[in-house]
Design a binder for this molecule. Structure first.
Ligand SMILES: NC(=O)C1=CN([C@@H]2O[C@H](COP(=O)(O)OP(=O)(O)OC[C@H]3O[C@@H](n4cnc5c(N)ncnc54)[C@H](OP(=O)(O)O)[C@@H]3O)[C@@H](O)[C@H]2O)C=CC1
Ligand SMILES: O=C(CO)COP(=O)(O)O
Length: 332
């Protein structure tokens, strides 16, 4: 059994830390909100993020980053993409030996187009970096916390790290597949959130399964186009981190991206929809990044580009759908 640290006490960090504790590892979580830390340590719950779930009795949390970083050689990073750089900079201030980072976040940084593993590598001094991996796939925290069968991929350029990640997480309800396509697994997890927002919008507008199936299929085509341009293996997008995660996020009642899109389809503004959520909706910022990337690399991404106009330029959602349907005739 191993010591593992988990950075982030939100829904995904808590669900994964709970699995690691269930698997017998000695887990210490870090979060910035004292009340959450106290609740985890005292009541073994995290009601804001994982309602009605009793956490493993040995799962512990702290708001002292230094203690959590020094606790283990394996560090799980589970904060929203927007917080990655600042959290990694704080970790770099207190780190004192080599660590393996396994991140579970789904996004791309606007303007720089950096993936999460690239941001982590940039922010941690090289002498403290053992390696980095991503864990991603169709997995809502709410279901994993209930021990419902869940499968994900873990990708790293380093085979030993892939195997360590597989070994620490895997159990009878959480099945981990290794994958050597770090770029593809990160890009698939990030870009599916854009399509889930769009699927939420068409559901909110009252369109049915035809529209959603169209978005998922044509969405996968544009994810694959941008992903391969970034160096991913196109086959990755037919796996858990591609189509698998696209299915779960576009069809699940748990998806924050789908829920946010649904509110937009029902007429709420982006600001209103986001303030109703209270949890991270990664797809909004990723749409900004992917829209810039589509322009910069000359990759055709009509769904992403229409959604960008809806989110950031005030395009009416009905018009967004009409624009997509009335594009130039083309081959599949
Ligand atoms: N939820 C899920 O089912 C899944 C989520 N993911 C991905 O995991 C990542 C995290 O998501 P999730 O756990 O759901 O998000 P939540 O919104 O549930 O929680 C976010 C967590 O990050 C913390 N946080 C936010 N900003 C900062 C900051 N600047 N510094 C330190 N901590 C910060 C929050 O702290 P506080 O509470 O103190 O504000 C909170 O603990 C996302 O990229 C998401 O896409 C991936 C698969 C499944
Ligand atoms: O990535 C996820 C499921 O695999 C979580 O999706 P949401 O952020 O839309 O809830």
């Amino acid at each position: 059994m191993m010591k593992v640290s988990v950075i982030g006490t939100g829904s995904w960090g808590t669900a994964l830390a709970n699995v690691l504790s269930e698997n017998g590892h000695e887990v210490l979580m870090w979060g910035k909100t004292k009340a959450t830390i106290e609740e985890i340590n005292t009541h073994h719950t995290n009601e804001k993020y994982l309602k009605d779930i009793e956490l493993h009795a040995k799962l512990a949390a702290s708001d002292v980053l230094e203690d959590v970083v020094h606790h283990a050689e394996i560090i799980i990073i589970a904060v929203p993409t927007k917080a990655i750089r600042s959290v990694m900079q704080q970790i770099n201030q207190v780190i004192n030996n080599k660590k393996t980072f396994i991140h579970v976040s789904k996004g791309i940084e606007p303007h720089t187009f950096k993936r999460i593993s690239e941001m982590i590598t940039e922010e941690i001094d090289i002498e403290y970096m053992e390696g980095v991996a991503v864990l991603s796939g169709p997995s809502h925290a709410e279901e994993l916390a209930l021990k419902h069968p869940t499968t994900v991929a873990v990708a790293s350029e380093n085979e030993t790290i892939r195997q360590i990640a597989q070994d620490i997480f895997m159990n009878e309800y959480f099945r981990i597949y290794t994958n050597d396509d770090l770029v593809g697994v990160e890009i698939g997890g990030a870009l599916k959130n854009i399509i889930a927002l769009a699927a939420g919008i068409t559901d909110g507008l009252g369109y049915g399964d035809n529209a959603k199936a169209a978005l998922m299929t044509r969405g996968l085509a544009e994810i694959t186009r941008l992903g391969t341009r970034m160096g991913a293996d196109p086959m990755t997008f037919l796996g858990l981190a591609g189509i698998g995660d696209l299915i779960v996020t576009c069809t699940s009642v748990h998806s924050r991206n789908w829920k946010c899109g649904n509110m937009l389809g029902k007429g709420l503004t982006l600001e209103e929809a986001l303030s109703n959520m209270g949890m991270v909706v990664e797809g909004v910022r990723t749409t900004e990044a992917a829209n810039e990337m589509a322009d910069a690399f000359g990759v055709e991404m009509p769904i992403t580009q229409s959604l960008y106009k809806v989110l950031f330029e005030g395009l009416d959602v009905h018009e967004g759908v009409q624009n997509l349907m009335n594009r130039e005739k083309t081959n599949e």
